[in-house]
Design a protein around this ligand. Structure first.
Ligand code: PLP
Length: 400
């Protein structure tokens, strides 16, 4: 419970849902229209075309009225058959949940990973995937499934390296990638990276409320969907692709979230995707500068794959990260991400994505710094001042 009567805006600095801009809230507040009428069809065609730009694809993108978990399931059941082996990589909590889902769906997941807790502080090791695929001479592995931006740890894996690993092994497995928290924050290229199904969601870089998720497809994925035998109806791509040709869905879509999506796509395209990506990179450097000034560790131990979306801040031995987070919430009305799964209590996560700016981040870092001190954590210096200095000295990069 808050320590005081709330005033001003709550600081939602979890790595998704991210704050929804007023412009999107207004777009979503318009009256719901007939989802079989001409006005809706025009909207559907417009946003199905625009959303491809964000995924950097010319291929179909399916939009589901569901959270990201639904799109995970859709990707697997549309392409796989009972008992198919899928190779997954343990980067953190979300990779682990996806692996559990594969098991529940009747697939045979094989979970690669670094030993111990190491894998939760690093990205996907493409060499391990290549080694495993080389040994699979009978091609019993049907898909490689990896998380691009692991939201539980703050690690953005190198997807082109995974593609290269599959190709180097001469293996036909499909590549399925979860970029639920990476899209419209980190660089992502569905076509150029040779991804077969990209899974994403609305409540992160797209700045929307939860409730929409995506599957971007490839020809190979669509071909696989024609022979895959896992039961599917609501999630089946074929009927959706058919209805989408005219801008409609086979069922009632979430019309008002689609208004929001259309507005979000306009905002991102007006700014330019390269600029959006540069902005997130810069914020991430500012936040890591603060963590370093505090003398604390970032969860990710591989600088090449630091996430531009969020930063995991590791607590010193004996400090309960959840207690620190709770205090920060109660005293400063600031929400931070908790440590999930194996990292529970060991770290908290600062989201720096979507609709924020230098000063909202400085405020969030201010809440963290004060909360850490009040929790008795010995800080080396001021992260707030270090980040402010970084933001002052490094003007936003304009890509036009
Ligand atoms: N995958 C990743 C990387 C996520 O960050 C999340 C949610 O945070 C999910 C999957 C699950 O998505 P949802 O909670 O929208 O079902």
């Amino acid at each position: 419970k808050l320590d005081f009567h709330p005033s001003g805006r709550h600081f939602l600095q979890i790595p998704g849902p991210s704050p929804v801009p007023d412009r999107i809230l207004r777009a979503m507040s318009l009256p719901t229209i007939d989802h079989r009428g001409p006005e809706f069809g025009a909207l559907g065609l417009e946003l199905l075309a625009k959303v491809k730009v964000i995924f950097k694809t010319t291929q179909p993108v399916i939009i589901y009225p569901a959270s990201g978990t639904g799109a995970w399931e859709a990707a697997l059941i549309n392409t796989m058959s009972t008992g198919d082996r899928v190779l997954m990589f343990e980067t953190g909590h979300f990779a682990t949940l996806w692996e559990k889902m594969a098991l529940r769906l009747g697939l045979e997941p094989e979970f690669l990973g670094l030993p111990g807790y190491e894998g939760w502080r690093a990205g996907v090791q493409a060499n391990m995937i290549e080694d495993r695929l080389r040994k699979d001479t009978g091609h019993t592995i049907k898909a490689v499934c990896v998380v691009h931006n692991e939201t539980s740890t703050g690690v953005t894996s190198n997807i082109p390296a995974v593609r290269r690993a599959i190709d180097a092994a001469g293996h036909p497995a499909l590549l399925l990638v979860d970029t639920i928290s990476g899209l419209a924050c980190a660089d992502y290229q569905h076509d150029a990276w040779g991804v077969d199904v990209t899974i994403s969601g609305s409540q992160k870089g797209l700045m929307l409320p939860p409730g929409i998720s995506f599957n971007a497809l490839s020809d190979n994925a669509i071909a696989a969907s024609k022979t895959s035998n896992l039961p599917k109806s609501f999630w089946a791509w074929d009927e959706i692709l058919e209805a989408n040709k005219n801008g409609y869905w086979p069922y009632t879509p979430n019309t008002n979230l689609l208004y929001g999506l259309n507005e979000a796509l306009d905002m991102l395209l007006e700014e330019g995707l390269e600029q959006v990506i540069a902005r997130h990179q810069r914020w991430a450097v500012g936040v890591r500068t603060a963590v370093e000034a505090w003398g604390l560790e970032v969860q990710c131990q591989e600088p090449d794959v630091y996430s531009p979306v969020l930063t995991g801040v590791v607590m010193p031995e004996g400090v309960d990260a959840d207690a620190v987070r709770r205090l920060i919430y109660e005293r400063f009305d600031l929400s931070l991400g908790m440590g999930l799964g194996k990292s529970k209590g060991k770290m908290f996560r600062i989201g720096h994505l979507g609709d924020c700016n230098d000063l909202t981040l400085i405020a969030a870092l201010g809440g963290c710094e004060a909360g850490l001190k009040l929790s008795g954590v010995n800080l080396k210096g001021s992260g707030v001042l270090a980040a402010l200095e970084y933001f002052s000295q490094n003007r936003p990069h304009h890509v036009n």
